[in-house]
Design a protein around this ligand. Structure first.
Ligand SMILES: N[C@@H](CCC(=O)N[C@@H](CS)C(=O)NCC(=O)O)C(=O)O
Length: 215
């Protein structure tokens, strides 16, 4: 039995929801509200699941896993079909590189706890906090767009025409970008990939607005 601790707006959870859906795996969602009452991730109960107090957390029977990319790689190994990584070594590294560009270089800078810290104690107002997000997302997206164009391997998805780990990471980050009104004008390849992927049921069903805890 697969159980995902998730929050509808969490882009790291969105990544795992996409992967689970692409692999047509049945899973139960346990919503963890990241804001209510200061954040359910800070409850004593949740600390047992993830001492880092971050979602997603995936439970597979008695096993508890954290970190969205480790979770997706675990799913890939246990449920290899359909694959989320291409077969060739070089291509696998390229896909992982794109995924890590989002997960390591872009996403953490605008994570909720970072944004909260900017607010208090650093006393940065909302407009400047959003500027901060737009800056880091824009910088990361410029590199990703250039990489996608230079590699010449993008099709309707980041790598060819089949969704991979890279799409699982990129699409949720585009949603984050839209939430802070980050202009996507300079990123036509990413916009095209995003528009295509969101037509796929696995992505559409994983979207924030499609979740049972959506507000
Ligand atoms: N590197 C982690 C990041 C997880 C993460 O940052 N999750 C966010 C939601 S997208 C979270 O739980 N934030 C809670 C907080 O900042 O208090 C992963 O990929 O799973």
């Amino acid at each position: 039995m697969l159980t995902l601790y998730s929050y509808f707006r969490s882009s790291a959870s969105f990544r795992v929801r996409i992967a689970l859906n692409l692999k047509a795996l049945a899973y139960e969602v346990i919503p963890v509200h990241l804001l209510r009452g200061g954040g359910e991730q800070f409850s004593a109960d949740f600390a047992d699941r993830n001492p880092a107090r971050l979602i997603p957390v995936l439970r597979h029977d008695a096993l508890t896993l954290t970190q969205s990319l480790a979770i997706i790689e675990y799913l890939e190994e246990v449920y290899p079909l359909p694959p989320l990584l291409p077969p060739a070594h070089a291509a696998r590294a390229q896909v992982r590189s794109l995924a890590l560009s989002v997960a390591c270089d872009v996403h953490p800078l605008s994570n909720l706890r970072v944004m909260r810290y900017l607010k208090s104690p650093l006393d940065i107002d909302e407009q400047r906090r959003n500027e901060w997000s737009r800056h880091w997302i824009g910088l990361g997206f410029a590199a990703i767009e250039r990489t996608l164009v230079a590699a010449g391997s993008a099709g309707t998805c980041c790598f060819g025409d089949t969704p991979t780990l890279a799409d699982c990471c990129l699409i949720p980050q585009v949603h984050n970008a839209e939430r802070v009104q980050c202009s996507l004008e300079a990123f036509p390849t990413m916009r095209r990939i995003h528009a295509h992927c969101m037509l796929l049921p696995a992505f559409a069903r994983a979207a924030p607005g499609a979740q049972s805890d959506a507000e």
